[in-house]
Unconditional design. Structure first.
Length: 544
């Protein structure tokens, strides 16, 4: 049975690959966005022949994903800097939530044979204290070196003389002790004063050193008429200043707003690239790749016109195809690195061994709604279009249990299996959570049933169902289509559409501050003890 299941999944993946190849056109090129998925606040370094990228995933666990690539085209997740954050029961969805908080804007460095990561959760008090981690390899294991005061959107920097600095906020800097245990008191310095034209937010610090000069890259949110988001660079001969400023990228792209916030990285051959994110609505904040031209000592990002190009040549050819979003048959004994849990998982409430070849999600406490449900497991959705199918066995759900598949965000479109007594229903629902701005407590929950069918009547002899969500993030009249459509099947072949046509996915920075995710869930509303068996997750990205 397990061999048959693997062969079926391979056949499905092969079909998806053929669909992708046929739509892709020139598959040798990098199509911008380089990563058309929610990969915000990037930091990128190169060690030897490998590029490493770290991004923000906030309330998702494990956190601070590290992605690797040889060619700047094919990226895969190779590890996480931490498994859980444990400073508050909020991380466990107890006594509140940390939606949109948690890990932010991690700085990644390599120094004297070790990897280092510095991150500061966007929280108040001790929950917001800065973490510094180190590891012998980017894949881990990562260990905590120290914790110290909060530094917003910071950059760790090791200078050639082994002195260590953290640059943060809007041009603020402190020196760290050589063992990274804490700051050196009395070293605080504001290294530049913002200029009159910097009237908006200025953040996202990334520091590099090139040809003896120090470069601080930041996003500039300019709100004045005729001004746009842009990437600026502050340059100095001494890390303490004085600094001069230049705009190094001011470009819209693909029918969406102007790009901004990221970094630059060199290759073994001495070429340079800029990796900068762009807000794209419901899919989240995506990464663009551009060439960097050093002009008069400034790293000017973009093509000859200073714009993000539509395509780029991969840095290396012939590399294997890899992705940060992946199909899964759950045959492995460890959960794949492409999955993240919503908040900290409850480890004894999920299993890959109790029913080999399946991911078992067990209810473990009674909750009011999906947004408070532990052990919801997620992957990113991708543009321009994508589709995912989950095969589920719901035979062990108890009365009041809810399980299914969702396009998950602060506003969620969900295919929910509900057991009510002896009857099981499938409903397409629209869900929404309102959160307090600071504490992220759920202040209001809305649940709207759009369509419902009785699975007990439709499939009285089987408890297996296939659920499918199609996502479309192509440019449209309102920026992006951000449309999700929902389907179910009783045999995996014949599909029935259910619920809202083109459900509108949204990005709300005041609530979740993340792009929409595929999410598989199972929770109890009356009594714990039931479970859902997830047979497979089949995914395809459609680049047409």
């Amino acid at each position: 049975m397990r061999i048959k299941k693997r062969l079926m999944l391979m056949a499905c993946m092969a079909f998806f690959a053929m669909s992708l190849s046929a739509a892709e056109g020139d598959s040798t090129k990098i199509q911008n966005p380089m990563l058309w998925a929610d990969v915000p606040d990037p930091d990128v370094i190169r060690v030897g022949d490998t590029f490493y990228l770290v991004s923000t995933t906030m309330h998702l666990m494990p956190g601070a994903p590290v992605m690797a690539s040889k060619d700047l085209k094919n990226w895969e997740t190779v590890g996480y800097i931490f498994d859980k954050l444990t400073d508050s029961p909020k991380y466990d969805l107890l006594e509140g939530t940390v939606y949109g908080r948690g890990q932010w804007a991690t700085s990644l460095k390599y120094h004297n044979g070790k990897f280092y990561a510095l991150l500061a959760p966007n929280e108040q008090g001790a929950m917001g204290d800065t973490y510094i981690f180190s590891a012998p390899k980017a894949e881990g294991p990562w260990t905590i070196v120290s914790r110290m005061r909060h530094f917003h959107d910071c950059s760790l920097f090791f200078d050639d003389d082994d002195r260590v600095y953290v640059v943060y906020g809007t041009g603020e800097m402190m020196e760290l002790k050589k063992d990274l245990s804490d700051v050196i008191e009395g070293t605080y310095k504001r290294i530049f004063q913002r200029e009159a034209d910097e009237t908006g937010l200025l953040e996202g610090s990334r520091v590099i050193k090139h040809n003896g000069k120090y470069y601080l890259l930041m996003i500039s949110q300019s709100y004045a008429p005729g001004r746009h988001r842009r990437e600026v660079c502050y340059r100095a001969d001494d890390i303490h200043g004085p600094y001069e400023k230049n705009v190094i990228l001011e470009s819209d792209f693909g029918g969406f707003p102007y790009v901004g916030q990221g970094t630059i990285v060199d290759t073994e051959d001495g070429d340079w690239y800029g990796i900068i994110f762009q807000d794209r609505g419901g899919v989240g904040r995506v990464l663009t790749l551009s060439p960097v031209r050093w002009i008069d000592g400034w790293p000017m990002i973009g093509d000859e016109n200073g714009k993000v190009p539509e395509t780029m040549r991969p840095y290396k050819s012939g590399q294997p195809v890899k992705s940060i979003v992946c199909s899964d048959d759950f045959e492995n004994t460890k959960l794949g690195l492409h999955w993240q849990w919503n908040h900290n998982p409850i480890d004894n409430a999920w299993s890959l061994s109790e029913h080999p070849g399946f991911l078992r999600l067990k209810t473990n406490r009674v909750v009011e709604n999906l947004y408070l449900a532990p052990n919801t497991i997620t992957q990113r959705m991708e543009g321009p279009k994508c589709s995912a199918v989950v095969k589920l066995d719901y035979s062990h759900l108890k009365d009041g249990d809810r399980a299914g598949f969702a396009a998950f965000n602060s506003e969620t479109g969900a295919l929910t299996i509900k057991r009510v007594g002896k009857t099981v229903y499938l409903e397409m629902e629209e869900l929404a959570a309102q959160l307090s701005d600071r504490e992220k407590a759920i202040t209001k929950y809305d649940e709207k049933m759009i369509a419902s069918v009785s699975l007990t009547k439709l499939s009285p002899k089987s408890t297996k169902i296939w659920l499918r969500i199609d996502g479309d993030f192509r440019a449209g009249q309102r920026g992006g289509r951000d449309a999700a459509n929902f389907y179910y099947s009783l045999d995996g072949e014949q599909w029935t559409k259910i619920g809202t046509d083109d459900y509108r996915m949204r990005f709300d920075w005041r609530r979740f501050f993340m792009g929409s995710k595929f999410a598989v869930f199972c929770y109890a509303t009356k009594k714990a003890g039931g479970w859902l068996d997830v047979d497979s997750f089949n995914y395809k990205k459609i680049t047409e």
